[in-house]
Design a protein around this ligand. Structure first.
Ligand code: NAP
Length: 276
């Protein structure tokens, strides 16, 4: 079974747009802060803006110069924190070296933190409380449920321990009662560990690293990796090698990628519903 994140994300976005159009009053507002001129970041930000506007959100791009000081960036964020027309704020990564990701993440009001990177939201995620959680892992859980893939009681292995994907993914799978293992570059016998996974989630950023050696027959493969190569976008999984071994798989492109923006809109609406 091919798990089409693209199709599912389209349905999610359509449903959210319907909900916004039915609810009167001020539309949800998202502010995206971008620092510098990283071409990939500019593409992501313009995709976010387009998708938000299509769904009926107001989106505001705050574009700052690469050389902006951390203090000036924090002042911009503070003014967005105070702005009652803005429900969600995110700061596009990567930030220039002289700016601390952690300081910026902690400066966004937890109630407007639609990326779910603020320590308060990270704590709520691990404590099993309500909050705003990272869009990509939230989207993956929604896709698994939508595809009727069992999570409760299964063995889930995540390769990658970033704060954006690996760790929040583990917390969300735990909430759904999976038995979770997080692997990384120091994990011995990675193929053997991955072969025990009923659900294998890969977030390494290494094109076609995961081959048939890593896959349990009938398992579900969620490929989060996206690497731009001279031959186009590549996932972490060698799709052709594993497609006849696994039971379900997300393709790249068209798998996990589109979920992130759909669930960014969903997080902004969650914040809007709370903030109104
Ligand atoms: P990251 O911060 O670079 O983390 C990569 C992780 O992979 C690290 O934990 C690293 O282990 C682990 N790793 C690297 N080589 C390994 C190896 N040989 N064996 C085992 N583990 C290894 O990456 P990220 O931000 O989570 O992103 C990962 C990928 O997902 C990227 O391709 C990114 O573009 C993509 N991504 C996609 C979406 C989306 O689709 N919407 C969203 C976010 C990210 P150590 O910690 O030990 O170094």
């Amino acid at each position: 079974m091919i798990l089409s994140g693209r199709k599912f994300a389209k349905t999610v976005r359509r449903n959210l747009a319907e909900e916004i159009s039915k609810t009167g009053g001020r539309p949800p507002g998202l502010a995206v802060v971008i620092v510098g001129d990283n071409p990939a970041s500019q593409i992501y930000v313009s995709m976010k803006k387009k998708a938000c506007e299509k769904a009926g959100l107001i989106s505001r791009i705050v574009h700052l110069d690469e050389a902006v000081s951390e203090n000036r960036l924090l002042r911009e964020i503070e003014s967005l924190n105070q702005d009652s027309s803005i429900d969600g704020i995110l700061c596009q990564l990567p930030l220039p070296e002289h700016i601390s990701d952690e300081t910026v993440a902690s400066s966004i009001l937890p109630s407007k933190d639609v990326d779910g990177f603020h320590p308060v939201n990270v704590g709520k995620l691990w404590r099993g409380e309500e909050g705003l959680f990272p869009c990509t892992p939230v989207g993956i859980i929604a896709l698994l449920k939508h595809s009727e893939i069992r999570i409760d009681g299964v063995n889930a292995v995540i390769v990658g321990r970033s704060n954006i994907v690996g760790k929040p993914m583990a917390a969300l799978l735990l909430r759904e009662h999976a038995t979770v293992t997080i692997a990384h570059s120091h994990t011995p016998d990675l193929p053997g560990l991955c072969r025990q996974a009923d659900i294998l989630i890969t977030a390494l950023g290494k094109p076609h690293f995961i081959n048939s050696e890593y896959v349990k027959p009938g398992s579900t493969l969620i490929d989060v990796g996206i690497t731009r190569t001279s031959e186009g976008l590549r996932g972490d999984v060698d799709f052709e090698q594993v497609k006849d071994i696994c039971g379900a798989i997300t393709p790249v492109p068209g798998g996990v990628g589109p979920l992130t923006i759909a669930f960014l809109i969903s997080n902004t609406m969650k914040a809007w519903n709370r903030n109104r």
